[in-house]
Design a binder for this molecule. Structure first.
Ligand SMILES: Cc1ncc(COP(=O)(O)O)c(C=O)c1O
Length: 402
């Protein structure tokens, strides 16, 4: 059979990370590539107890189809979670449970974007968001960042330019806290400015916040959603419980949530009822409050180990971000090196990363790479950075002098 695929499929490209995950089973390869939480942080014993209790007490409903919007009890707990952690005020009708926040990204772009519509993203940005936006044929305009996050004055200039061409963007997508891939956090001033821009030009803001709870140093900065109730907020259980149950949520104005609900009816009827019961009990029993400090302790140590290894081994002229939380740092190397081309050599020498351009709608990050510090053992972090430094040095030794 020759399948006649839709034009839309042409926009869906294989992800470098997914390809990399194939190598993650190779025992000799040290991978800084995947965005995987460390399984040590999975609250296995607590989840096992919760799962048994769910089966005993709620089995007949937990194994049944559920509401499209999500289990009511879970939504009540999500309202409490975002209030207690991020000072976000919301109600159950403003919450929709999703199959991970990845589904939230797909849904929001599906309901807001017509093919060719402009949107604004960070440069670089989360590769899964690029996939979701590509799948919905968005025209991404990515705006550079610095150590204070998205350069909001450039966002405003871009919006003005697009409006003058009759192409007002449908939304601005940002990961303001411990951004994936850079690890950078947006300053409070920039957050305020971004909200001002969103209100002035009536362009909705999408705040994706999977890492907000994983802060290792410094003071919490208010979530955009806590400063402006109109913000579309994406949250997830992947980094504070585990990703395998595929539980996430969108918090947004009711007029928006009701439209996502319509789409979700067509996508999957509802997220897994069983996973929702587990997530509900995990929150209701306050297990999350026990787990997060343990995760923070482990990840802070791993981040510091990677900092030390980079200091020790990386060639002069390289630089890297100094994230105060999250799971990634962003390293920039000699401008003559293309990290996409170098990846095969690195894998051959037993180390993997994700190259900068995988995160770049503008394809402007050729000499950068994202390094995950949460998954590998401490000794592997040292060894992997040492291997990577030697790959870099070999490359640099055959380059023409600048
Ligand atoms: C910024 C960002 N958004 C969304 C996701 C998707 O997470 P999940 O679908 O597991 O909730 C991730 C996962 O790494 C992410 O880094």
């Amino acid at each position: 059979m020759e399948f006649k695929f839709s034009d839309n499929l042409k926009n869906m490209k294989p992800s470098e990370i997914r390809e990399l995950l194939k190598y993650a089973t190779n025992k000799n390869l040290i991978s800084f590539g995947g965005g995987m939480p460390n399984p040590e942080t999975f609250p296995m014993a607590d989840l096992k107890t919760i799962m048994d209790d769910v089966m005993d007490q709620y089995g007949s409903i937990a194994l049944q189809y559920g509401n499209t919007g999500g289990l009511n009890e879970l939504r009540t707990e999500i309202v409490r979670l975002v209030r207690e952690t991020e000072n976000i005020k919301s109600s159950e009708s403003q919450v929709l449970v999703t199959a991970g926040s990845q589904q939230g990204l797909y849904e929001l772009s599906k309901i807001l974007v017509n093919p060719g519509d402009s949107i604004i993203t960070e440069e670089p940005t989360y590769v899964g968001a690029i996939s979701a936006f590509d799948a919905n044929e968005a025209d991404m305009h990515s705006i550079p960042m610095d150590e204070n996050g998205l350069k909001t004055e450039l966002v405003e200039a871009e919006i003005k330019k697009l409006i003058s061409k009759g192409k007002k963007p449908k939304f601005i997508y940002t990961i303001p806290t411990f951004q994936n891939p850079t690890g950078v956090t947006m300053s409070l001033d920039r957050r305020r400015h971004l909200i001002e821009i969103s209100q002035k030009y009536q362009v909705p803001l999408v705040e994706d916040n999977p890492y907000g709870e994983l802060r290792y140093d410094g003071e919490r900065i208010p979530a955009l959603k806590s400063l402006d109730p109109e913000v579309i907020y994406l949250g997830t259980f992947s980094k504070i419980m585990c990703p395998g149950l595929r539980m996430g949520f969108t918090v947004a104005p009711e007029s928006f949530i009701s439209r996502v609900n319509l789409l979700k009816q067509a996508l999957d009827l509802s997220s897994s009822t069983f996973s929702q019961f587990v997530a509900w009990q995990y929150l209701a029993r306050d297990e999350v409050k026990k787990q997060i400090p343990k995760t923070i302790k482990l990840y802070r140590r791993k981040r510091d180990t990677m900092f030390k290894a980079l200091e020790q081994y990386f060639p002069d002229g390289s630089s890297w971000s100094k994230p105060l939380g999250g799971m990634f740092l962003w390293a920039t190397v000699d401008s003559r090196i293309n990290t996409t081309d170098m990846l095969q050599d690195a894998i051959q020498d037993g180390v993997a990363y994700v190259s900068g351009n995988a995160f770049s709608p503008a394809r402007a990050q050729a000499n950068s790479m994202r390094l995950n510090f949460t998954f590998s053992e401490d000794e592997q972090i040292y060894e992997g950075i040492k291997r990577l430094a030697s790959v870099l040095e070999k490359k640099m030794s055959v380059l023409q002098p600048q």
